[in-house]
Ligand binder design. Structure first.
Ligand SMILES: NC(=O)c1ccc[n+]([C@@H]2O[C@H](COP(=O)([O-])OP(=O)(O)OC[C@H]3O[C@@H](n4cnc5c(N)ncnc54)[C@H](OP(=O)(O)O)[C@@H]3O)[C@@H](O)[C@H]2O)c1
Length: 263
């Protein structure tokens, strides 16, 4: 199969932000895209956008924190478009706060949504691909928190480290099968709804801490479409080639550039 032939993809967290942008970008390739998230009404809006872009899409309920929902979602994806070629594990949540400030339930929700749920979904996807002896792509949307751990996001950072550990292990387990496992690791991206529910006081404390630690040089962000284009590059790479990690982020403002001696 040519890498440019239309394929079938599953995108989690497609109801907003980066996931919606990935779904639209795959629609532009003429692909069929199964969209998963809890807000099905929002998924339906994105499904219209995918169709307008030239693809086909279905809005399917998914709660990654509930194993039974993951199985029902995967079955619904296969029923709607047939077996999928590509899984983009994009959905994620972050509850900001120092570890002792977040509740046990919030911490468990982060780990379930960002790590355990994606692993259970990847497990179903790999079983389906291997039963058909088919090539495919597993894409894991990580975070630059893996390169630079950030206080006020301990559960989120730990879950993304775990997600990258999973993706790297799968790369070895699947090498030679035609099934690729790739990490896409974005930096600050906007507009998305990632921080939409965060308390203003926590945001102030978090930014002041990151600036004091030198891990927040500026407040620039990149558009969600940039991450979507990285995913398109990964899943349309020629057969026999695999990206291991695509790390991307916004460029610094000109005021932070290092001047040359003659300037
Ligand atoms: N924005 C950034 O700066 C940034 C930087 C690095 C990495 N990332 C990563 O990019 C991914 C997308 O984030 P975003 O920025 O686009 O934020 P977003 O707009 O808040 O999108 C998060 C998505 O995850 C879904 N989701 C949350 N909990 C879920 C659950 N239990 N089951 C199923 N879906 C669930 C949400 O849908 P429902 O609420 O409808 O379920 C939503 O579609 C995340 O993995 C995030 O960690 C973001």
């Amino acid at each position: 199969m040519s890498e440019r032939a239309p394929r079938t993809a599953i995108v989690t967290g497609a109801s907003s932000g980066i996931g919606a942008a990935i779904a639209r970008a795959l629609g532009e390739l003429g692909w069929s895209v199964a969209l998963g998230a809890r807000r099905v009404g929002r998924l339906e809006t994105v499904a219209h956008e995918v169709a307008k872009a030239g693809g086909r899409a279905a809005a399917l309920a998914l709660d990654l924190a509930e194993p039974a929902s993951i199985d029902a979602f995967f079955d619904a994806c296969e029923c709607t478009f047939g077996p999928a070629d590509v899984l983009v594990n994009n959905a994620g949540v972050c509850v900001p706060g120092l570890l002792h400030e977040v509740t046990a339930a919030e911490l468990q929700c982060e780990i379930a949504t960002n790590l355990v749920g994606p692993a259970l979904l990847a497990r179903r996807m790999i079983a389906s691909l291997r039963a058909r002896n088919a090539a495919g792509d597993l894409v894991f949307i990580s975070s630059e928190n893996v390169s630079v751990p950030r206080p006020f996001q301990p559960g989120y950072t730990a879950s993304k480290w775990g997600l990258e550990g999973l993706a790297r292990t799968l790369r070895l387990e699947l090498d030679g099968t035609g099934i690729r496992s790739t990490i896409v690791r974005p930096g600050p991206t906007f507009p998305t709804e990632f921080a939409s529910g965060w308390d203003a006081l926590i945001v102030k404390r978090l930014l002041e801490t990151w600036q004091a630690l030198g891990i927040q040089r500026h407040l620039r962000w990149m558009p969600a479409d940039s991450v979507a284009q990285a995913v398109v590059g990964v899943v349309t790479a020629p057969a026999g080639t695999r990206f291991e990690l695509v790390a991307l982020g916004p460029e610094a403002p000109a005021r932070l550039r290092i001047e040359g001696a003659s300037e």
